[in-house]
Design a protein around this ligand. Structure first.
Ligand SMILES: Cc1cc2nc3c(=O)[nH]c(=O)nc-3n(C[C@H](O)[C@H](O)[C@H](O)COP(=O)(O)OP(=O)(O)OC[C@H]3O[C@@H](n4cnc5c(N)ncnc54)[C@H](O)[C@@H]3O)c2cc1C
Length: 311
C-alpha cells in the first residue's frame, strides 16, 4: 500500500456531525473519505435547535448564509405533557447575541443535513460513499459493505466516528458505554493488599464457576465476604470514558451483574514491566488467546506488543 492509498481522514457517518466535520476537513484541504450507510439524509427531524457557536462553525466553512436562510430564531417554547399541560417553559433569549448570530436557531434536520452534504460538492478531494455500511475498524483499516453486499477496505491516518448513538466504531473499539456501580458489578479492591506478599489463586465469584481453579497450588483467598468489616474495601462508580488503573496483585473482585437490563461492559488491558515472564502454570488465569511464547520467555509477542521501550 502506498501513502496515496491512505486517506488523511475517514469520517464514518454523515449525520449533522459527520457532514459538518467533512466540510471542515474539505476546507482544511485534507484528503477525506466519508462513509454513510444511508443514501439520503434521514427523513425524520430529531434535533431542532443549534446555537450561535454552531453557526460560527457553519460560517467557517462558508455555509452560514444558506443555512441561516432556512432557520429562524427560537422565540421561546412551551413543552406540553401527554395531558397537554405545560411541563417546561423556555424564555425567548435576546434576538442577537455577542457572537453576531442568534443564540438559538430552529431548524428542520433533513434540510440542514442536505445543505451540509451539498457543501461537500465543493471539495474534489472529499470522497463520499453513501450506501456503504462500515462493518468493522481495526488498525486504521475500515471494512465496509456496499449496496450489492460487496466488501471493500479503506485506510486512513485518522478516523472520526460520527456514526451516532449506536456507533459501530465504538463497539469495534470496545469503548465502554455503561455507568457502573455496585448494583451492576463495580470492582471492589482491598486497599494495600498488593503488599501482603501472598500470591492467591484466582477465585471466580460468578455462581457455577467456583471449581475452575482448584488444581492451583496457590493459596486460596480468605473468605472476605464473611468479615468485610476487617478489610479496607474500596470501589468507585464509573461513567463511560472513566479508567481505573490498579496493581495486578491487589486483591480485587466483582460478583457479576445481577441487575436485569443494566449492562456492564468494559475494556480490560494488562500491562507488564520488562521483567515479567510468561508463566502458564496449571490452575492460573488463562488468556482467551494463547500467546506464542515459551514458559519463562519475556512477554513481548504479537499478543503483548511492547508499548513503551525503556531502552
Ligand atoms: C427520537 C429522537 C428524538 C430526538 N430529539 C431531539 C431534539 O428534540 N433535539 C435535539 O437537539 N436532538 C434530538 N435528538 C438527537 C439528534 O438526533 C442527534 O443529536 C443528532 O442527530 C446527532 O447527530 P450525529 O451526526 O451525531 O448522529 P446521527 O444523526 O445519528 O447520524 C449518524 C449517521 O451515521 C450513519 N451510520 C451509523 N452507523 C453506520 C455505519 N456502521 N456505517 C456507515 N454509516 C453509519 C447513520 O446512517 C447516520 O446517518 C433526537 C434523537 C432521537 C433518536
Amino acid at each position: 500500500m502506498t501513502s496515496s492509498d491512505v486517506y488523511d481522514i475517514a469520517i464514518i457517518g454523515m449525520g449533522p456531525v459527520g457532514a459538518a466535520a467533512a466540510n471542515l476537513a474539505g476546507q482544511a484541504g485534507l484528503r477525506t473519505l466519508v462513509i454513510e450507510r444511508g443514501d439520503a439524509p434521514y427523513r425524520q427531524p430529531r434535533a431542532i435547535v443549534f446555537d450561535a457557536e454552531v453557526m460560527r462553525i457553519f460560517a467557517s466553512v462558508g455555509l452560514a448564509e444558506c443555512i441561516a436562510a432556512v432557520t429562524r430564531p427560537l422565540g421561546g417554547a412551551v413543552y406540553l405533557g401527554a395531558d397537554l399541560q405545560p411541563i417546561r417553559k423556555f424564555r425567548a433569549p435576546p434576538p442577537v447575541d455577542p457572537l453576531a448570530w442568534h443564540p438559538s436557531n430552529l431548524f428542520y434536520q433533513p434540510q440542514l443535513e442536505a445543505l451540509l452534504r451539498d457543501g461537500l460538492d465543493r471539495f474534489a478531494y472529499v470522497d463520499v460513499r453513501t450506501g456503504h455500511d462500515v462493518v468493522t475498524v481495526e488498525d486504521g483499516a475500515i471494512r465496509m459493505r456496499g449496496p450489492d453486499g460487496d466488501e471493500a477496505t479503506a485506510h486512513a491516518r485518522f478516523i472520526l466516528a460520527c456514526d451516532g448513538a449506536s456507533s459501530t466504531v465504538r463497539k469495534a473499539l470496545a469503548i465502554p458505554l455503561d455507568d457502573i456501580d455496585l448494583s451492576n458489578g463495580a470492582v471492589e479492591f482491598i486497599a494495600g493488599s498488593h503488599r501482603w506478599g501472598v500470591n492467591y489463586r484466582p477465585t471466580p465469584f460468578r455462581k457455577g464457576h467456583e471449581a475452575k481453579f482448584t488444581s492451583s497450588a496457590l493459596q486460596p483467598l480468605p473468605d472476605i465476604d464473611a468479615d468485610r468489616g476487617k478489610f479496607d474495601i474500596r470501589s468507585w462508580t464509573m461513567e463511560p470514558g472513566d479508567c481505573l488503573v490498579f496493581h495486578a496483585m491487589i486483591v480485587h473482585g466483582a460478583p457479576g451483574n445481577d441487575t436485569p437490563g443494566n449492562r456492564r461492559r468494559g475494556l480490560s488491558l494488562r500491562y507488564t514491566g520488562d521483567d515479567a515472564r510468561y508463566d502458564p502454570r496449571p490452575g492460573t488465569f488463562q488468556f482467551p488467546h494463547k500467546p506464542d511464547l515459551q514458559p519463562g520467555a519475556p512477554m513481548t509477542c504479537d499478543l503483548f506488543p511492547r508499548v513503551w521501550p525503556r531502552r
